[in-house]
Design a binder for this molecule. Sequence first.
Ligand code: MTE
Ligand code: MO
Length: 442
Amino acid sequence: MGNPKPPPGLDPAQLEQVAGNGLLHRRALLGRGLAIAGMGAGMGVGLRGAAAAPLVDDEWSAYQGKTIAANGVRSKYVEKTTRILSNPNGEPRTQHARTPHEKLHGTVTPNHLHFTIIHNGIPDINPDQHKMVIHGMVRQPLMFTLDKLMRYPMTTRQTFVECGGNSSPMFSNEPVQATLQHLHGLVSNAEWTGVLLSTLLEEAGVDPKAKWMLVEGADTAALTRSVPLTKAWDDAIVVLYQNGEPLMAEQGYPMRLLLPGWEGNMNIKYVRRIKITDQPAMTFYEARNYSPILPNGKAYKFYFVNEVKSFITHPSFGMKINGPGYYDISGLAYSGSGAIKRVMVSADGGKSWAEAAVQGPAQDKSFTRFHIPWRWDGSPAVLTSRAVDDGGNIQPLRADFVRERGVTEKPVVNTMGFYSQHYNSLTSWAVDAKGEIKHVYV
Ligand SMILES: Nc1nc2c(c(=O)[nH]1)N[C@H]1C(S)=C(S)[C@@H](COP(=O)(O)O)O[C@H]1N2
Ligand SMILES: [Mo]
């Protein structure tokens, strides 16, 4: 019969170190390779002697459990995974809730943990009375109710939504010591379902001279943004469902505009009006809040795309790693201009880099998870990641980014008043000899 070839992952040579400070070849993730090098020790708990006998029933195995409820419930042990609120008493100003990326895995943000920014509270919209109109430079103005929209062909896709002000603490002159939720919590990723805006515009008949649309929400702020029509024809969706259920009230129930990969603020929730025009309206949010002044004195105006970005979620600030040995470094990468092609990871603060395994298929303008095996020898290390998208765009190094965009004189702890800088440079975590993790700049 001959000797069968060892299955992939069994070759110890595959555990080769590929970059400084213990980063291993991503092939080791294929499976059994890790056990070979003795790296499995301390991961599963080894059983010996009497302890290896069949398990004795625990308390919870001895009785019939609870009756199921009509709506599913989370285990009480995970209920503490929540978003931190910026305005818990609902004062009449902007409210933020951030996604705790450090407590999640995979790529889909659960609906109750999707980040949200709402400038005037969540409107209580009756879906039977809500209307959305398309008018302006069109052949025939149209009016839609939720019922009417539901009769159009629907499309489903994953994409992230990211506030232009996400990661604003990264503009601080010194690294803010805070969890991922604080640093990068204003981005989330979901599977959205709705009607392509292009379908509705075709029916309305757009004047060839039109170039923009003015989109307005039904909340008191009547949040309004100008959007180039090219995006409407490309991949804009009037969304009705989020991860399979009707939109959350915070995400824009009963309908919102979704512009995959474009600045969060333009993704108008509670959409009630789309006016086709030939020029931008220069609304408050585009002329002021989302047009920051750059160090060279020019306003950074009408930049829509959330550019390629990544950060390591595990391990990250606030976690402690327990002693030398094997760890799975994992994180999120995404790009508003396409799909993630490659993610490079460094364990020595950017001196050397190894290519991480990208969990595929990497979808267009969506969260993509990456992993890389790491053998920590117990000495200080600095972990960081750098993503590349399929258009060849690469996350800028911090020194280059800061040169162009600047930093503040004092640390920015809250995003209030500091909007729309689109930080997409690196995030780095220093691991000290005790396994504690701090936020550092490299
Ligand atoms: N109508 C309306 N749309 C809105 C907002 C709002 O306050 N009202 N906030 C905007 C901002 S600033 C962002 S970043 C995104 C957030 O979307 P989310 O709450 O679904 O995460 O919605 C945008 N759309
Ligand atoms: Mo935003």
